[in-house]
Design a protein around this ligand. Sequence first.
Ligand code: R5P
Length: 265
Amino acid sequence: MDWGMKNRLSRLIQPDGKALFLPVDHGYFQGPTHMLEKPGETIKPLIPYADAIMLTRGVLRNCVDPAIPKPIILRVSGAATVVGEDLANENLVTSVQEILRLNAMAVSMSVFVGSKYEHQSLSNLAKLVDACEDYGVPVMAVTAVGRELEKREARYLALCCRVAAEIGARVVKTYYCAEKFEKVVDGCPVPVVIAGGPKVDTQREVFDFVYDGMQKGAVGVNLGRNIWQTEHPVAAIQAIRAIIHENYTPNEAEDLFEQIKAGKA
Ligand code: R5P
């Protein structure tokens, strides 16, 4: 692996081999998402606890201080919305020159395995990998999104992750599944991070699935709504960080969460 690629990956995946990515890219297909109406304000108190922030160039340019101390994962696929014909009908929407100009540490794009646009999104992944590898920029594939979420089970997720890695993604994002998640990770030759999906009912559920996913081999999370749509996002991200980087159990994370909420930690 080239020095530049290694250097970028080491800024994302920390020396302990773990990572907490904070995505705020949801507006690219669903507009002003709840709690993300002003993304700059949403992320400000969370930045110290994230290892990288994932967002589009528009939000980066307009809402984020260029002196931000954390690396950027730039979302570079889009051009489909929740009110359009099919969310899976995406294309690449950002050039390599722009990726370099914005000093992105990595890029991300969605792949829609099993959708009508499977071939298009996988071909776009291949094109992006070819273009980014020339400059040592890692590509993170965002698998299993949109309608395909209905197929949130290990066999499908494992297929998505493996295909994305075979095409050249350096990191793969997937969803957690309660059964046989280890098969998803074991079948993928590159690091896997877990997304949260729509906000779940309790904070404890998030601690449980993050912990279990880590035990089964994920290197971390790319977790958005289950942090910044919660009532106590700063306490939530610190407790999740403790699971990822300090091996906290869900019980310990919950205690920490309660202490931070009460202003005691
Ligand atoms: C899809 O909307 C985006 O790629 C998100 O970055 C990804 O789904 C992770 O966010 P969340 O944890 O909110 O699902």
